[in-house]
Design a binder for this molecule. Structure first.
Ligand code: NAD
Ligand code: MG
Ligand code: MG
Ligand code: MG
Ligand code: MG
Length: 344
């Protein structure tokens, strides 16, 4: 724990492995997070059993990685900790299958709070319900563990039936390498609502619309699509890399004074009070469950609107321009990715 932050941050020394050493963990799903949690837990000496459907294409991968594999029901029946790492949209149906395998005092462990927070999964009162959510995709959770570094993560306790839920979650976080880097305590509500708001308003939705709006503004004014692509999309990475390394300050320091003055005076013209009011509305729909209901209904209906929107996005002119330009230019990134993958 440190005192520099309002939130509590836990490190290896705050976690006691004895809370997980003698447990069996069922890891349901072997995708991005599942493969990383399962292998890190196993390498930390924890007994792991991966739960996958009989016909799952991930079975071979988990077995090749030296892990025991069973069906989700068998795995949950054997385990005292069930880590639910199938996609969020399929978690409710997988949970319905394994629910009866949870004994009093067992733990349901999540990496995202959506289903519990919005009542799509309603765990019995006698189980612990916890979250360790690495703030990285799974391949980095695995790679950082192997290299001796860690991956920062979030910890939350939704239900503490045993009185021991937090200690055990910390031990789980230690076993997958998160407490090496630091684990921040939050709640299921805060993790879920900030995650949804962030990806909708800023990260995925906000950024994609900002890029398309900038691109369209330039192209509609007669500038070339290639120039618009470079200026509004390609350069985004350079700017974000600077922010990632040193916050907004590093970005402002690095761009020209002209860019800094123009950005400081014109940015707020674009993201004005109206945009902020819209953000407020998006946040309210996250908070009052309207977005969650819409998404659950959309999935139940077979994703008709989602499909349509995906197609429309794919057909946006900026995607064609980008594909052509990425073929013509050797992106610095490609060599980086090649170098990274050849390390493994
Ligand atoms: P994923 O889509 O990568 O993998 C899911 C795995 O579940 C599949 O590989 C498969 O093994 C299994 N699966 C798929 N459909 C199934 C079905 N119908 N029945 C049974 N098993 C099925 O999922 P993910 O991205 O690792 O997400 C798992 C959890 O981790 C989610 O709660 C997600 O929100 C959370 N999370 C993900 C990330 C990330 O970067 N990917 C980061 C933090 C938290
Ligand atoms: Mg059990
Ligand atoms: Mg997120
Ligand atoms: Mg998310
Ligand atoms: Mg420029």
């Amino acid at each position: 724990m440190t005192e520099e932050f309002d939130t509590e941050i836990y490190y290896d020394d705050d976690a006691d492995s004895s809370h997980i050493d003698d447990e069996t963990v069922a890891v349901l799903g072997y995708g991005s997070q599942g493969h990383a949690h399962a292998q890190n837990l196993a390498d930390s000496g924890v007994d792991v059993i991966v739960g996958l459907r009989e016909d799952s294409s991930s079975r071979a991968a988990a077995e090749d990685d030296g892990l025991r594999v069973a069906t989700p029901v068998e795995a949950a029946s054997e385990a005292s900790i069930v880590s639910v790492l199938v996609p969020d949209t399929v978690q409710p149906s997988v949970y319905a299958d394994i629910e009866s395998e949870l004994d009093a005092g067992d733990t349901l462990q999540f990496a995202h709070g959506f289903n519990v927070h919005y009542g799509q999964i309603e765990p019995a009162d006698d189980v612990d319900v916890t979250m360790i959510a690495p703030k990285s995709p799974g391949h980095l959770v695995r790679r950082n563990y192997q290299s001796g570094e860690g991956t920062p993560g979030l910890l939350a306790v939704y239900q503490d039936a045993t009185g021991n839920a937090k200690e055990q979650a910390l031990a789980y976080g230690k076993a997958i390498g998160c407490t090496r880097a630091g684990v921040v305590e939050t709640t299921f509500r805060e993790e879920t609502e900030t995650d949804l708001f962030g990806e909708q308003a800023v990260l995925c939705g906000g950024v994609a619309e900002l890029i398309k709006a900038g691109y369209e503004t330039l192209v509609d004014a007669g500038y070339s699509p290639e120039m618009a692509y470079f200026e509004c999309l390609n350069e985004m990475k350079l700017i974000v890399d600077l922010m990632y390394e040193g916050g907004l300050g590093a970005m402002w320091d690095s761009v020209s004074d002209t860019a800094e003055y123009g950005g400081l005076t014109r940015g707020e013209v674009v993201v004005d009070d109206h945009a902020r009011e819209n953000m407020q509305e998006v946040l309210e729909q996250v908070q009052n469950g309207e977005f969650a209901r819409e998404w659950v209904t959309e999935n139940q209906a077979g994703r008709p609107s989602y499909r349509q929107r995906r197609i429309a996005e794919k057909n946006h002119e900026i995607e064609d321009v980008g594909e052509r330009l990425r073929d013509l230019f050797a992106w610095a990134d490609e060599t980086e990715t090649e170098a990274e993958s050849s390390e493994n």
